[in-house]
Design a protein. Structure first.
Ligand code: HAM
Length: 409
């Protein structure tokens, strides 16, 4: 019979990889809790409209990459990201009534129908943070700090923070008009995606990866517009204050005027954290401010900012972590006693196993040395005396102790 394989762009996370995943998850809880963030878990599928309205219907994510299906005449979508879902939950659960800031963190699988390659999957995992209720740039600084400190806690160093301000809808409109005007004469030479972006979402022209388009955008008259300080005074003040906080905190960053992000909800601050040790998919973290999203999804007028990180990319940077061995393996040919002793050990809080097939004593000992730190030997003599021989499988030291007095370190 033909075997059924895992779907393209998806992966099993095997037991040998779990120590790294547990490490990432435990550190997330530990680090984000220090900043007062609470974990939230939202459903993996939502109404398609949430993403169309939330992420934006001119984005690649909504146009090309969503896993959408119908059930009972409802259009549902596997979440391609979690900001929209967390905002929905924030509104639906009246969290605006909690005292601001409301800080939420999450982890879990996301789904995007993308062309799979190293670092890019169709089902991948994100860990992220969303902070609601603060319009001041202090929140931007704290959110970036949370991201940087989480990455530090994972032991990751060779990273760079890129920062940009997209301004507010008003100043951005001016910029879009200027950008379109200067690009207009090259419109026919742009790739089909850029031709449609030109009308629908001109900011996204800036992060096109097609070489011909990049060459056009590198022309001096276009660069002049891109590099110009188009943002209004309020947005500029916000950005300058943020930069000053980051300087105070000693967080190094680079300004990247081409950083526009692939989701429509952003305004003012956007940022990405990139690794110098990954290939072309080198962004480990992306985030920014989205002050209109809560309102656009039917909530109050509440500002917010957050980020998400790709956990597969983090895992590949962290490398392997040793699998934790079972603490003890009971070696005995008396099945009933072995079963009893194993359970006694578990009740005491140790992980413990025994041979369910009652193999020969030597075979059991071999198995113990592969999977456990200690062998607990229960032979005829030990059984009679109510004792157990505890063998440290790393050092081969052994001693015989009373059954109730077993202590393993
Ligand atoms: P994003 O930039 O689309 O932002 O994704 C964040 C991170 O998820 C990326 O930097 C990358 O590490 C990882 N990622 C994205 N797509 C894939 C993929 N196909 N395979 C593997 N990893 C991937 C967002 O999702 C926003 N919701 C972030 C945010 C939160 N903004 C504000 N709050």
């Amino acid at each position: 019979m033909a075997i059924i394989k895992v779907q393209k762009g998806t992966k099993d996370i095997l037991p040998s990889e779990m120590p790294v995943w547990h490490f990432m998850e435990e550190k997330a809880n530990e680090v984000f809790s220090k900043y007062g963030a609470k974990e939230i878990r939202t459903p993996i599928f939502e109404a398609t409209e949430l993403f169309a309205r939330g992420v934006g219907d001119t984005t690649d994510i909504v146009n090309k990459e969503m896993y959408t299906f119908e059930k009972s005449e409802r259009s549902l979508t596997l979440r391609p990201e979690n900001t929209a879902g967390v905002v929905r939950a924030f509104i639906e659960n009246g969290m605006h009534r909690l005292s601001a800031p409301v800080k939420l963190w999450y982890k879990g699988p996301m789904f995007r129908y993308e062309r799979p390659q190293a670092g890019r999957q169709r089902q991948f995992h994100q860990v992220g943070v969303e902070v609601f209720g603060i319009k001041q740039p202090s929140a931007d600084a704290e959110v970036i700090l949370m991201a940087v400190n989480y990455l530090k806690a994972l032991g990751l160093n060779d990273l760079s923070v890129e920062l940009n301000s997209l301004g507010c809808p008003e100043c951005r409109e001016n910029f879009k008009t200027k950008l379109k005007a200067v690009i207009k004469q090259y419109l026919n030479e742009l790739c089909p995606d850029c031709q449609s972006r030109y009308e629908k979402n001109p900011l996204r022209l800036l992060d096109c990866k097609v070489e011909e388009c990049k060459a056009i955008y590198a022309k001096p008259e276009i660069q002049e517009v891109i590099q110009s300080d188009f943002i209004c005074e309020d947005c500029a003040n916000h950005f300058n204050e943020l930069k000053s906080y980051l300087n105070t905190l000693g967080i190094k960053y680079e300004i990247n005027k081409l950083l526009v992000r692939g989701l429509d909800y952003y305004n003012r601050t956007v940022f990405e954290i990139k690794s110098n040790n990954l290939g072309s998919q080198n962004a480990v973290c992306g985030g920014g401010r989205y002050d209109s999203l809560v309102k656009n999804l039917g909530g109050e007028d509440i500002p917010a900012i957050g980020f998400a990180m790709g956990m597969e990319r983090l895992a590949s940077l962290i490398g392997n972590k040793e699998e934790i061995k079972t603490k003890a393996f009971v070696v005995s040919n008396n099945m009933e006693e072995a079963l009893k002793l194993t359970e006694e050990l578990r009740q005491k809080g140790y992980s413990c196993e025994f041979d369910l097939t009652n193999k020969k004593f030597v075979k059991q000992l071999e198995k113990a040395s592969k999977v456990a730190k200690y062998a607990l030997i229960l032979g005829e003599d030990e059984l009679k005396a109510g004792e157990v021989t505890v063998k440290n499988l790393d050092t081969s030291e052994q001693k015989t102790v009373k059954r109730e007095e077993i202590e393993l370190i």
